[in-house]
Design a protein around this ligand. Sequence first.
Ligand SMILES: C[S@@+](CC[C@H](N)C(=O)[O-])C[C@H]1O[C@@H](n2cnc3c(N)ncnc32)[C@H](O)[C@@H]1O
Length: 189
Amino acid sequence: MEPNYYKTKESVEEYIKLAKDVSGKELIDKLRNVLKTDSCLLEIGSGPGTDWRILNEYYDVIGSDNSTEFLKHLITRNPTGVFIELDASTLMTDRRFNGIYSNKVLHHLKDNELIDSIKRQYGILLSHGIICHSFWKGEGSEIFKGLYVNYHTEPDLLNFFQDYFEILSIESYKEFEDDDSLLLIGRKR
Ligand SMILES: C[S@@+](CC[C@H](N)C(=O)[O-])C[C@H]1O[C@@H](n2cnc3c(N)ncnc32)[C@H](O)[C@@H]1O
């Protein structure tokens, strides 16, 4: 992967092929326990759009990404969907939501960017709004094939989110290997 891996047509096409069998259905089932059907939901970093299509069955979902190549793909594949260009750390939108979801996106943010994102998520959520985010579990950070990857532990995520969100759950789960991932679900304080 190159530093612009999510930005070029060729690499985005490659990513979509590689990720064709990956879906966040089990994460979305957990979100559905706490966010009622038809709520207005923002997905950050929709990428190939697999989770967006599942979310769209249950919610009034707006997809987003900061990659124009992924956005082009999302719009072409889902012509009736609503997709906006948004950076996860700044979330510059006037829209307001009942929920915010991301699957393996916020690990691309440095700690200070994650803090900015959390404050902004708090700002764009309506009262009692729900967040549901997945992360890679571990410590430290690395550049993996050109992309910045920030690993997180349960205490580390609690520390970041708990001033703004009541933490409803933080659970380990398996993406590729046992306990390699964390799912955090919270409610706006
Ligand atoms: C690992 S992919 C996950 C895509 C999708 N959520 C999924 O589960 O298949 C990361 C996605 O996050 C997007 N992304 C990375 N950094 C971002 C940022 N700062 N703001 C918004 N999207 C970002 C990438 O363009 C890519 O679509």
